[in-house]
Ligand binder design. Structure first.
Ligand code: AMP
Ligand code: ZN
Ligand code: FE
Ligand code: FE
Length: 276
């Protein structure tokens, strides 16, 4: 069984529409996908519609940006009701803040002599706007060779025109997910934190309501996976995994390309989501 519980569509910064993602999953023999766009659930309903009557199972999710002290973290919420009105309203506010943040980043770029207009970036985003759209605009305007170069020189974490997108605390993100029936896992823990930092932060993250850990991810090697599986077991956290597929925006990441054991669906928020 092929399972991919971390995917992005054009509702955020992926390059496939929700229907195209569903068709790609069917073509590639993927059995279960979760759609986890950044700060939006707009991709879920169209994906469910495209998957109706097929063997593909589509689960609802969302990847929330949050801050914890000086750390910017990504949180994956699953088991949420994508039609929940309160969730939609809160995500709408976050999307507006994302736009403001990108406008502020363009200001910083202007200060560096790099002139990219908001309209150029907005034209590239079909859903919630993010740095990949800024990167593409920088390439199109001739300021960067490719998106990797744009991140390295201008907008990557810690670069001169970088601003964090996170406006929620972990507790707020957990509350938002819980109110919509879901639960929250820390996404790709070892991309944002060292093992030491992760272990040091876990008690506070758990107090804030975090109950899961993303173990399998395109950028976690075998040693990282082993470490995180053990950590999750030891701490009584449910675990998850997926490719973090973004289509052409991350050409090296294949849909269903990370082997996620099927036991994943028997625990955490997946157990109930699968029985619905
Ligand atoms: P944002 O949510 O706007 O901060 O953008 C985060 C997204 O940018 C991630 O999901 C990745 O798709 C992409 N990203 C982050 N760092 C890099 C990088 N160094 N090179 C290419 N893409 C990146
Ligand atoms: Zn992304
Ligand atoms: Fe992420
Ligand atoms: Fe992601």
């Amino acid at each position: 069984m092929t399972i991919d519980l971390h995917t992005h569509t054009t509702a955020s910064d992926g390059t496939l529409t929700p229907a195209e993602l569903v068709h790609a999953a069917l073509r590639d023999g993927v059995d279960v996908i979760a759609i986890t766009d950044h700060d939006t659930v707009a991709g879920i309903a169209p994906a469910l519609a495209a998957a109706a009557g097929t063997d593909l199972r589509v689960l609802a999710g969302v990847e929330l940006a949050a801050t914890h002290g000086r750390h910017g973290l990504h949180l994956l919420a699953y088991g949420i009701d994508p039609a929940d009105g309160t969730l939609a309203a809160r995500l709408h506010t976050l999307a507006a803040l994302r736009e403001e943040r990108v406008r502020d980043m363009l200001e910083l770029l202007r200060g560096l002599g790099v002139a990219v207009r908001w309209e150029q970036v907005a034209a590239l985003a079909r859903g919630t706007v993010g740095r990949p759209h800024v990167a593409q605009a920088l390439v199109e305007a001739g300021y960067a060779r490719d998106t990797g170069d744009a991140f390295a020189r201008y907008i990557g974490n810690g670069s001169p025109a970088y601003l964090p997108s996170a406006r929620l605390t972990v507790a707020e993100a957990v509350g938002l997910a819980r109110d919509a029936g879901g639960a929250v896992a820390l996404a790709h823990p070892l991309l944002s934190l060292s093992r030491r930092e992760l272990v040091a932060l876990l008690p506070a993250l758990r107090r804030a309501g975090l109950t899961g850990l993303e173990v399998y991810h395109s950028e976690h090697d075998a040693a990282a996976v082993r470490y995180l599986r053990e950590l999750a077991a030891e701490q009584g956290l449910w675990w998850t995994g997926g490719s973090d597929f973004h289509g052409a925006a991350k050409p090296n990441v294949r849909l269903g390309g990370v082997a996620v054991p099927s036991e994943v669906l028997a625990q955490g928020p997946f157990q109930r989501a699968m029985s619905e």
